[in-house]
Design a protein around this ligand. Structure first.
Ligand SMILES: [Zn+2]
Length: 139
């Protein structure tokens, strides 16, 4: 599902997330993809099209997140809420390892979000390795 998002609001969201995916932190300019505006609380769950409920996301994270709001923490087996890019601080839940090639979840929320959104998918880990060599990653 999609909703019309005013150009000014799109610009505010892009700037707020420094033109990087709010989940995997990939910079849009490093990819050949156009990033998307993601409803954190999905439209299907009455999520509103307002700044507080929108984030900038790469197509892969957006697709894997879809309308999900929770996921399973692979460590505890508990169902937890997915990371909320507007209400939670990325560095409290995620850290880079191997100089930026892979993401590590620091909390149940971080671990569950990495798994659910496949934020360490092999193609992305390979691409990060190239971006590191170019000195363009991590952001
Ligand atoms: Zn992403």
């Amino acid at each position: 599902m999609s909703a019309y998002i005013r150009v000014e609001l799109q610009q505010k969201i892009r700037k707020h997330f420094s033109e990087c995916c709010a989940y995997c932190r990939t910079a849009e300019f490093l990819t050949a993809m156009t990033f998307e505006f993601e409803h954190i609380l999905p439209l299907s769950a009455e999520g509103e099209t307002v700044f507080e409920n929108l984030c900038f996301a790469c197509p892969s994270c957006n697709r894997h997140k879809s309308t999900r709001q929770t996921a399973i923490d692979p460590e505890s087996g508990e169902t937890v809420a997915l990371f909320h890019p507007q209400q939670q601080i990325w560095t409290k839940h995620f850290a880079w390892r191997e100089r930026g090639k892979e993401l590590k979840g620091l909390t149940a929320v971080g671990r569950a979000t990495i798994e659910a959104l496949q934020m360490n998918r092999p193609a992305l880990v390979r691409a990060r390795g190239m971006w590191i060599k170019l000195g363009e990653h991590p952001p």
